[in-house]
Ligand binder design. Structure first.
Ligand SMILES: [Zn+2]
Length: 344
């Protein structure tokens, strides 16, 4: 299409680590283009330049995949915010924007669906409603031209399996990742590794986890998943310092025991160095698709890319602290006398 024919996702996974970057919704909310609460990506139609710019920042930082911003752009969510009439345009435009930017580099375009909040394992009509929403979203995405599909943030294995069936019906590779919000299992009661085993057995090309957990609490689950499946695995944690006491970003508490999620997570943010370390640990564990989710900034992604041994367009501006006036080896005499106060 348009003379743009990069190596496909399966080929790239075979030849090395694929670097992903997400967190578009959190970042665009911070920038004032998405309303927290409903988190519907109205920005795609209202401020397309803002979406294009963030894609470009992640591309320059080294992301191999431009993920179309169709997260929560499904019929039920758009109905809630009174924009059901914009459903098709929003989905098509999101893929078009991702494609435009992908072609500025060598990136793939992923269609995207996520948890719908409409799924109910005990309600067959809810399952069919979810299937219909995925089918229309991904049908439009496939028509606009995508290389593969990421179904993500699924709380229920049952909902993820519906997405997988829809993706397979379109003949596209499927990456299906679960949201590890619960201590050990999906909302419908499958251990995360067992759920991934089932998804792989049903034909998902890539399985794993995304969102909710930071690197420290996602990695032990990833180790179990890596031991359990033979297919490619993906890990896209949030860049927050979750730990044994607060294993997910939803459970992090600020001073005074206030919930930090989702609008006051900054004090828990991982540095670029912590995310670079995660990228190396994940690669060494055998994670094939290493990425980042809600909270991500381009500085995290560039540090992850460079940790994986890459030089990326944004590396032109990577830190050179040896050129900092106070940190340089030949710090001037007039400044050196003040270094003591910096070292105090
Ligand atoms: Zn996320």
């Amino acid at each position: 299409m348009n003379g743009h024919c990069p190596a496909g996702i399966m080929e790239r996974l075979k030849s090395g680590t694929v670097l992903g970057a997400e967190g578009y919704v959190f970042e665009l909310e911070r920038r004032g283009y998405i309303k927290a609460g409903p988190y519907v990506p109205e920005v795609v139609l209202d401020f397309p330049d803002a979406v294009r710019e963030l894609h470009r920042e992640f591309l320059r930082a080294g992301s191999d995949v431009m993920v179309a911003l169709t997260d929560y752009a499904h019929r039920e969510k758009l109905r809630h915010v009174g924009r059901e009439g914009d459903l098709e345009a929003m989905n098509r435009r999101a893929v078009q924007i991702a494609r435009e930017v992908a072609q500025e580099g060598d990136a793939l375009v992923a269609g995207n669906v996520c948890n719908t909040w409409a799924y109910d394992p005990d309600d067959p009509s809810a399952r069919e409603a979810v299937r219909a929403m995925y089918a229309e979203q991904l049908g439009w995405a496939a028509e606009e031209g995508i290389d593969f599909v990421i179904s993500e943030t699924n709380d229920y294995l049952g909902e993820a399996l519906i997405a997988l069936e829809v993706i397979q019906g379109l003949g596209l590779p499927a990456m299906v990742t679960l949201a590890p919000t619960q201590p050990g299992q999906t909302r419908d009661g499958y251990g995360y590794a067992e759920a991934c085993r089932i998804l792989a057995a049903e034909g998902a090309q890539v399985v794993g986890l995304n969102c909710d957990r930071g690197p420290q609490t996602m990695m032990p689950l990833m180790a179990r998943i890596r031991e359990t499946v033979d297919c490619a695995v993906a890990a896209q944690p949030v860049p927050y310092r979750t730990d044994a006491a607060a294993p997910t970003m939803e459970t992090l508490r600020s001073e005074g025991a206030q919930r930090a999620f989702p609008l006051a997570l900054e004090p828990f943010g991982c540095t670029r160095f912590e995310m670079a370390q995660f990228a190396l640990l994940a690669r060494d564990l055998g994670v094939d698709y290493v990425g980042i989710c809600c909270g991500a900034g381009p500085h995290h992604v560039r540090a992850m890319a460079e940790a994986l041994g890459r030089e990326v367009p944004a590396s032109k501006y990577s830190p050179s602290m040896d050129l900092h006036p106070m940190f340089r080896a030949d710090v001037s005499a007039k400044d050196a006398v003040f270094l003591d106060t910096w070292n105090a």
